[in-house]
Design a protein around this ligand. Structure first.
Ligand code: UD1
Length: 342
């Protein structure tokens, strides 16, 4: 079975994808600078899959020589690329860092792939490439006009990929996640962002008696006034990466796919779902709107269903239950002090 390099494989979606790859009998090289990723996540995966070769290389995607050497020495035949700064708010404050890491860093990886002769690339993209939605559900034909630097950096890469393919023959699949959430149902790995900005882990922390939660605006034109999002389980996203890799390995064409459940949930509905699982209401206040939050973002994932044979297996209850189980078992996440990253 082939070896694949997973850039950012110590992070949230990356580590869950490493697990899915190991289950699909791939050998994996995790390449991560550990600024936001967790060595502990990789160590757990190595221990859980003794029959697979999962190796770890600490390196930065901006170090093209190291990426190229890693590809050449491991004989990797594909790159799955998750290494990115991911905070919308952070991207507004420090767009330089976002362009450097997410655009220059990704170009550096692709250039190293071209030099090493690696032709398959699976890219973590985002629904933030669409900007303000013009239709109730977003399919791949929806215009892409990002409203923050984070979305712009991901779209810049998406737009570069066809040109790079013409020049180098690298085929790619870009996967635009909606709201990644939940945790490994086996409890091996989970979500640990620092600082944590995402709704579900914040709601769980509030329910556990931690910092109170503010709903960012309750005057949106939605049925209960709070923002509607499409929450998709991280293991379903991981499965989509394996499907995308197989498509490329089978000689399939490059593609771009929107990945969501197709179901919109308001912030209040999420707090209710967390309250049901935890067994007590989530304490919260109503705060002002957060800049850059569209009222509603829901995916139409029909193309992924048709072309990748991908449909989500986990619903909202499973998302909240697996997240709750992870945070209950690991109240400090992977533990240890980590530098705060945006
Ligand atoms: C955002 C991006 C998404 C990106 C993801 C990565 C947009 C529109 N979406 O997701 O593309 O992949 O970040 O991090 O740019 N909320 C509260 N209180 C809180 C936290 C969140 O009310 O304390 C609300 C938000 O306003 C939002 C929803 O909960 O409506 C989900 O927020 P969050 O989990 O941060 O994800 P997005 O911002 O939707």
């Amino acid at each position: 079975m082939s070896t694949v390099l997973v850039a950012g494989g110590a992070g949230y979606v990356g580590s869950h994808t490493v697990k899915a790859l190991a289950e699909a009998a791939y050998d994996v090289v995790v390449y991560d600078n550990l600024r936001a990723g967790h060595r502990e996540a990789v160590d757990r995966l190595v221990a859980a899959f003794p029959e697979r070769r999962i190796t770890f290389v600490q390196g930065d995607i901006l170090d093209g020589t190291r990426v190229r050497e890693t590809l050449e020495t491991t004989g990797a035949s594909a790159v799955l690329h998750f290494a990115a700064l991911l905070s919308v708010v952070g991207s507004v404050h420090d767009p330089f860092a976002y362009y450097r890491n997410n655009v220059v860093g990704t170009m550096t990886v692709l250039e190293a792939m071209a030099a090493a002769g690696v032709k398959h690339f699976v890219f973590s993209s985002t629904c933030a490439t669409f900007g303000e939605p013009r239709t109730p559900a977003l399919d791949e034909s929806h215009p892409q006009h990002p409203i923050n630097a984070y979305g712009e950096t991901k779209l810049a890469v998406e737009r570069a990929l066809p040109h790079l393919e013409t020049a180098t023959g690298i085929r790619s699949v870009a996967l635009r996640y909606f709201n990644a959430s939940g945790a490994d149902p086996d409890g091996l790995i989970g979500e640990d962002h620092r600082p944590e900005e995402h709704l579900i882990p914040r709601a769980i922390a509030a329910a556990r008696g931690g910092e109170g939660l503010a709903i960012f605006g309750d005057d949106y034109p939605t049925h209960d006034g709070t923002c509607v999002r499409d929450y998709v389980h991280v293991c379903d996203l991981a499965a989509a990466h394996v499907a995308a890799l197989r498509r490329l390995e089978a000689g399939g064409p490059s593609g771009r796919f929107n990945l969501g459940s197709g179901t919109g949930m308001t912030v209040r509905q999420i707090l209710d779902a967390v309250g049901r699982v935890v067994g007590r209401p989530v304490p919260h206040t109503i705060g002002p709107r957060r800049a850059g939050d569209p009222a509603r973002l829901v995916a139409s994932s029909g193309l992924a269903a048709r072309e990748l044979q991908w449909t989500p297996r986990f619903g909202l209850d499973a998302i909240v239950q697996t997240a709750w189980a992870w945070h209950t078992a690991h109240p400090d996440g992977y533990g240890g002090a980590k530098p705060v990253d945006s």
